[in-house]
Design a protein around this ligand. Sequence first.
Ligand SMILES: Cc1cc2nc3c(=O)[nH]c(=O)nc-3n(C[C@H](O)[C@H](O)[C@H](O)COP(=O)(O)OP(=O)(O)OC[C@H]3O[C@@H](n4cnc5c(N)ncnc54)[C@H](O)[C@@H]3O)c2cc1C
Length: 435
Amino acid sequence: MIGGVCINTGTIPSKTLREAVLYLTGLNQRELYGASYRVKDEITVTDLGMRTQHVIGREIQVIRSQLARNHVTVLQGTGRFLDAHTIGITHEEGKSEETKITAEKVVIATGTSPARPDSVEFDDRTIIDSDAILHLDRIPETLVVVGAGVIGIEYASMFAALGTKVTVIERRERMLEFCDLEIVEALKYHLRDLAVTFRFGENVAAVERRPGGALTLLESGKKIPADCVMYSAGRQGKTAELCLEAAGLAADARGRISVDSNYATEVPHIYAVGDVIGFPALAATSMEQGRVAAQHACGEPVEDTRELPPIGIYTIPEISFVGRSEDELTRDKVPFEVGISRYRELARGQIIGDSYGMLKLLVSPEDRRLLGVHVFGTGATELVHIGQTVMGCGGTIDYLVNAVFNYPTLAESYKVAALDAMNKMRVVARLTAGM
Ligand SMILES: Cc1cc2nc3c(=O)[nH]c(=O)nc-3n(C[C@H](O)[C@H](O)[C@H](O)COP(=O)(O)OP(=O)(O)OC[C@H]3O[C@@H](n4cnc5c(N)ncnc54)[C@H](O)[C@@H]3O)c2cc1C
């Protein structure tokens, strides 16, 4: 699998599927052209899969070419440690014996696979994980998603947009706890509008296969029938085959390896990066971890830019943020002012028919620096990077207030939100001065 989960089963297929869903359903155009607007009336899995396969194929070619251009040798097989400097490779193409290679430095980047609890009878057709959802033979009319994490909610929103009746079951009382509460509430409102049912604070007792579907039994006694059940309750580090003990290493119960700030493991010449080290388990951060580890392993100086990792959640509508949330700042007793811009007040929001999108700035009233940027709606995952840049360069909202933005753009929401925060801070300053 050149490109790993990112290219083959995770990021790229899910994001391409999302794009295909948005295009074929015409969902984003309905505010302008009416609720019945569709590009294609009967959308099939073939329609969706075609675009996904095309993009995966192209991405693999790009990666192969980059590896070749940089003189990287690829040995296709399963690697395991024979000792701290030797890797044995089995199932290598065209070879029956285990081959051995030695290296001064080693980087482990074996990733994760979906966790499959023994209590669930996965059959890859009706009871599936996030890998098998890409190979469904038809779009289900009803879908149960167990687990309201990022992957579960992204797929729940895509199928809801396709017209599937989705039920999301989550053990906790809240979903996406690390996100801004107001934005999560807005997402829930939208998903309910697409006929998603949420069951928070519920535990799954069993999932039973039945003719033509599956029955999800909850500990509370509820029975939820569906054509298909997607189990999305965590992922397991792929370390079982690695024989870590031969290198003097060990993984935790979820298969994760612990590392220091340079991504070196307890054995200093062995590094570990990406999903196999756990949170945040994103392609975005994994790539950067790989770069930092490689720089450190080769004795190259590396500048630390990891302070402000953005989070992007490709639900429909999408969410993105950087920096701190209102909850975190309140908990830590850090005062902040909020500046909000709503897409419906922007010309670009009207042009594209996005009336629900919003951008929220959290600003320090003491030095006017940005503490957090939270975006919901069209282009959120792109827009967040303007805020990230201002924050990374130590800028204040004065920059956003004084800058000229292209018009009409969604980027303009930064100026509107900055003016909103500034006006609120002025009122506080005036009243404080008059005390
Ligand atoms: C459904 C889904 C959606 C996602 N969406 C996003 C997103 O929108 N944005 C984002 O930033 N991230 C997203 N992610 C996360 C992203 O895919 C991962 O963070 C990223 O792929 C991790 O890269 P990695 O190199 O650590 O591991 P992986 O991509 O898992 O790659 C590990 C590779 O190592 C190989 N391997 C494992 N063991 C061995 C062995 N013993 N010998 C040889 N090879 C081995 C595997 O076959 C695999 O090819 C998503 C993930 C999923 C599942």
